[in-house]
Write a protein that binds this ligand. Structure first.
Ligand code: SP5
Ligand code: ZN
Length: 351
């Protein structure tokens, strides 16, 4: 297991003070302290840790190159433009949408207020002038992990922040801006196709074990038969992101396991074993694991009952494919337990 993390000065660039729920400002859950506690715990292990400090311009170019196979050009241009102009309110450098696009069939408008509503789907995911750079750094970590998994024959973990799995092809949401999991899958395709027999079609899996449905990843690959997306998550009837997460027959390689609130270790394990059986049948050449510790019993916005000890078993169950694998950090918001939960999960990959 090899850990990839960013310099703290990078992830510090993104610190939204609040999210808006029911018209109220609530403290934002996706905080810098998440990275600090994870790093602190991982430093107590014997995993090797690499701090990825790619020069900003080089990093933007490398990330946008792969991200252009995941996100629309218009979305990427918008996101990049937020780092240049930021007409926010005085005293609040984070901007939020006000009007969502209610007529996607008409030509897209250009007013800054319209753009915010065009390229987001919720009020949890504001943007400041430095959010883009933080999102690029986060995706860059996912790509560094893929490179390591392909060349060093070792599982790699990327301490991504902001997370990625809710980001759609052309919309931010759920604290996510760039879909790190989808970017990792495309990076795997690029690395492995350079080394493998060209006649053989590469296939990969993104397994999403965050508490919330990985709507962005599912949707981005919905018509790609070579990327199987599998997500185990809280039933969308009760939980964010609400509009997706059930079985979707028109998607060509997608499996969803919506689970009830209160799901226990035993229930989760039985479902994960089914999911792994389906993943083995797909015979992937690589695996991306989108990992959220918000499935833990004491997560402030979760609702499952998983234990810290179970995360190790979860990882052992996942780690049975013997293909290049990366683990990307998605959610997990209990900052007292998050580091322990991540360390425990990663330990399960190292035996
Ligand atoms: C990556 C990830 O885990 N994103 C999750 C985004 C979901 N955010 C929803 C937060 C809802 C919390 N508000 C509950 C209101 C109780 N006062
Ligand atoms: Zn989540």
């Amino acid at each position: 297991m090899h850990i990839f993390t960013a310099p703290l000065t990078q992830t510090q660039q993104h610190q939204p003070p609040h999210e808006i729920f029911n018209g109220e400002q609530e403290p934002h859950q996706e905080v810098l302290a998440r990275v600090e506690t994870i790093l602190h715990q991982l430093q107590q292990t014997d995993f090797e840790i690499t701090t990825v400090d790619t020069p900003a311009a080089e990093m933007r170019e490398a990330v946008l190159d792969i991200a252009s196979n995941v996100h629309s050009q218009a979305y990427l241009s918008y996101l990049e433009s937020t780092s240049i102009v930021q007409p926010g309110r005085a005293g609040n450098s984070y901007v939020y949408p006000s009007v969502f696009n209610y007529r996607a069939d008409l030509p897209a408008p250009t007013h800054p207020v319209a753009l915010r509503g065009q390229y987001s789907f919720d009020l949890y995911t504001p943007v400041s002038a430095t959010t883009f750079d933080a999102a690029v750094e986060s995706a860059n970590l996912a790509m560094a992990a893929v490179q390591h998994a392909c060349t060093a024959n070792e599982i790699a973990y990327a301490l991504c922040r902001p997370p990625g799995h809710h980001a759609e092809q052309a919309k931010m949401g759920g604290y996510c801006y760039l879909n790190n999991g989808a970017i990792a899958a495309r990076a795997f395709e690029r690395h492995l196709s350079a080394t493998q027999n060209a006649t053989q079609q590469l296939r990969g899996v993104v397994l999403d074990v965050d508490f919330h449905h990985g709507n962005g990843t599912e949707h981005i690959f919905s018509q790609d038969e070579n990327v199987l997306t599998v997500s185990i998550h809280a039933h969308p009837e009760k939980m964010f992101p609400f509009f997706s997460g059930l079985e979707t027959p028109e998607y060509v390689a997608n499996i969803n396991y919506p689970m009830p609130i209160g799901t226990t270790d035993q229930q989760y394990q039985a479902t994960l074993e089914l999911a792994m059986e389906q993943i083995r049948e797909f015979e992937p050449n690589y695996l991306v694991v989108s990992y959220g510790a918000d499935t833990h019993a004491e997560d402030p916005i979760g609702g499952f009952k998983l234990t810290t000890e179970y995360f190790e078993r979860m990882a052992q169950t996942i780690n049975t494919l013997n293909v290049p694998t990366v683990v990307l950090q998605e959610g997990g918001y209990n900052t007292s337990l998050l580091g322990m939960n991540v360390a425990r999960f990663l330990r399960g990959f190292s035996q």
